[in-house]
Design a protein. Structure first.
Length: 318
């Protein structure tokens, strides 16, 4: 970065947003504005406390800004109790995103970076081939559909306005402060309950939070990032058994894994109404990020073992 850039980050107190803001505040070439529904906890950043909606007027905030990084979202949930999940996801993930992007374009923002999801490409690899950014999307649930519709809307806004759009599709993100299923897995491995995954020889791409932050920072001003869709991962795939062993070891435990046949696990999952969960634990979700690395001259700088250890230690110290 040769000159200081004015950057806006939404979702500034979320899992990704808070870590991203802390990192960007260390960059002397970035003047940071943060948006979230909470009061600011960031020093040296201008903060706007607001609830984002489909008609929130942020034109004054976006005026004369260079880059918007949109991390705010309604996140994926294994059990969604909303009466109409698709409508709820569309409201936050599609309508809010496109309202923000349209205002950004009107106010002359140069680049809009959108945190999407690998789920827009499907739940698992087909035919043994990893996901690539140039293949067709295949969203299979309301969350993925809302993200995909946001992507399509952003590309149209870019076409109409000239504002550059960068779309990043990450898989499961983990790191210090992680919530949801990864947090539950950390606690589960501490209990040393026998788990039937030793024979699961799958391969899944994950993304360490600091690797995602590194990629986002590269996308802020890299010329080749303009109007691209980037797949992201650690470029180091793990089996479910390997992941469980790493998590257990980081917490000073040994994973107690039993060799149940995967076909039996799938059958049990169907009987118990847990098919989707078992599919995720036993299936492949590999991502080819070679185009991302080549186009941006970028490598994931952090190793999974290191970040998993940091995440486990942070969780167990609470």
């Amino acid at each position: 970065m040769s000159k200081q850039l004015s950057v806006v980050v939404t979702g500034a107190h979320g899992f990704v947003g808070s870590a991203l803001c802390e990192h960007l505040l260390q960059n002397d070439h970035i003047a940071l504005t943060t948006l979230s529904r909470r009061q600011s906890g960031f020093q040296q950043a201008y903060h706007v406390q607001t609830d984002l909606s489909a008609d929130t007027d942020l034109s004054a905030v976006l005026h004369s800004k260079d880059v918007v990084i949109h991390t705010a979202a309604r996140v994926h949930m294994m059990q969604d109790n909303a009466a109409d999940p698709l409508a709820e996801f569309r409201l936050m993930n599609t309508q809010v995103t496109l309202n923000l992007a349209q205002q950004a374009a009107t106010q002359g923002v140069r680049r809009f970076i959108f945190l999407s999801s690998i789920k827009v490409m499907g739940e698992a690899n087909l035919g043994g081939k990893p996901f690539r950014a140039d293949q067709a999307a295949c969203p299979s649930d309301p969350y993925a559909q809302s993200k995909y519709e946001a992507e399509q809307g952003l590309l149209q806004i870019s076409k109409d306005s000239g504002m550059e759009v960068v779309i990043i599709r990450p898989p499961l993100i983990y790191g210090q402060g992680v919530k949801a299923n990864f947090q539950k897995l950390i606690r589960l491995m501490q209990k040393q309950i026998p788990l039937p995954f030793k024979a699961v020889n799958n391969s899944r791409s994950l993304l360490a939070l600091p690797n995602l932050i590194s990629l986002i920072e590269r996308c802020i001003d890299h010329p080749a990032a303009a109007n691209q869709i980037f797949l992201a991962s650690d470029n180091h795939d793990l089996s479910t058994a390997d992941l469980m062993a790493m998590i257990a070891s980081a917490g000073g435990k040994k994973a107690w894994l039993l060799p149940f046949p995967p076909a039996l696990l799938h059958g049990i999952g169907r009987l118990l109404g847990k098919k989707a969960a078992i599919d995720r634990l036993c299936g492949d979700l590999r991502i080819d990020i070679s185009p991302t690395m080549e186009l941006l001259q970028w490598q994931p700088p952090f190793k999974p073992q290191v970040v998993i250890h940091q995440a486990v230690v942070a969780e167990l110290s609470k």
